[in-house]
Ligand binder design. Structure first.
Ligand code: UTP
Length: 294
């Protein structure tokens, strides 16, 4: 039998995006540009770099633009061809062939766990990667690939989540894990709690990448409403601690929370500085701004 590979990723993008109102009233926050690409495109690129070939967007009303973004733009491409805009044409053609995209609606925002459950019929019983589009991650090896490698190394059975240290005063915003080290990068999770209001078991937070075996769905089906009255993915993960077990991969790269105003601005600065054509003029602008403003 051939070795399993990561093929399917689920991108829950049906949240209300209240931190980005009024922008997110009719335009999905996943379409916010980081320089010149929407946030969700970076997620698709990480998925592809990690080996995935299919992506399911869990969406809600007014979010069709995300699907359109990955579709073939026939008329636009025809005009670009006519005008001999070869570079732009090539860019759009690569984008529409990047990954196979499907979408499912989450009719009510009942929580991240419920959004993932909406993906069940699409997964066909295969393990899935789950990638939150708010979390823009940068590392030499794509985070989703590292999770897959960990999932494979431990026999394709245990769930794996990405973990990162956060300041203690911010632990109430995250799923927080108590862990035992397996090696330098991998831990076994012994306890996990969503948005602890007091006594967090550690400052290791679950960030937006998960590699989940198919049993996640039966756990989600039995998970009631948790923090904030929502069906929480973390609560379903807590049900997997004993069997089949839950691992944490300690992510060491850079993370930007693009669903948060400050994180979004930081991501734009960091990614603009990585662009050769923007770096020098943008740095000059930033220097001038710092000199004149402060
Ligand atoms: P968040 O906690 O960031 O919520 O969801 P949100 O609605 O997106 O944004 P704020 O906090 O109101 O500003 C984490 C991820 O889970 C998805 C979101 O789209 C986001 O990617 N999600 C959340 C759903 O798909 N459905 C839900 O019911 C809740």
């Amino acid at each position: 039998m051939s070795k399993p590979t990561l093929s399917k990723v689920v991108v829950p993008a049906a949240g209300l995006g209240t931190r980005f109102l009024p922008f997110s009233k009719v335009v999905p926050k996943e379409m916010l540009p980081i320089v010149d690409k929407p946030a969700v495109q970076y997620i698709a690129e990480e998925a592809v770099a990690s080996g995935a070939t299919q992506m399911l967007l869990v969406t809600s009303r007014h979010k069709e633009s995300m699907e359109d973004h990955f579709d073939l733009a026939f008329e636009l491409e025809a005009v670009l061809r006519e005008r001999k805009k070869e570079r732009e044409l090539e860019m759009l053609s690569r984008l529409s062939q990047l990954i196979s995209v499907a979408a499912v609606r989450q009719q009510q925002p009942l929580g991240l766990g419920h959004a993932v459950l909406c993906a069940k019929p699409w997964t066909g019983g295969e393990p899935i990667g789950v990638m939150l589009p708010d979390d823009l991650l940068e590392a030499p090896t794509p985070c989703m690939q590292s999770l897959w490698e960990c999932f494979a190394r431990f026999g394709y059975a245990m769930g794996v989540v990405a973990l990162m240290e956060v300041p203690w005063e911010k632990t109430h915003q995250y799923g927080i894990a108590a862990v035992e080290h397996v090696d330098e990068n991998v831990v076994r999770i012994r306890h996990i709690v969503e948005k602890p209001q007091s006594n967090p078991p550690s400052n290791l937070a679950v960030i937006g990448r998960y590699m989940l075996p198919p049993c996640i769905f039966s756990e989600l089906e039995q998970t009631g409403r948790g923090a904030g009255g929502e069906i929480q993915l973390t609560d379903a993960l807590a049900r997997m601690l004993e069997a089949p077990g839950l691992l944490g991969y300690l992510f060491k790269g850079r993370r930007f929370d693009t669903g948060d105003k400050l994180g979004f601005l930081e991501a734009n600065v960091a990614f603009a500085l990585k662009r050769p054509e923007l770096r020098a003029p943008f740095l000059a602008y930033l220097r001038q701004l710092l000199e004149t403003e402060f």
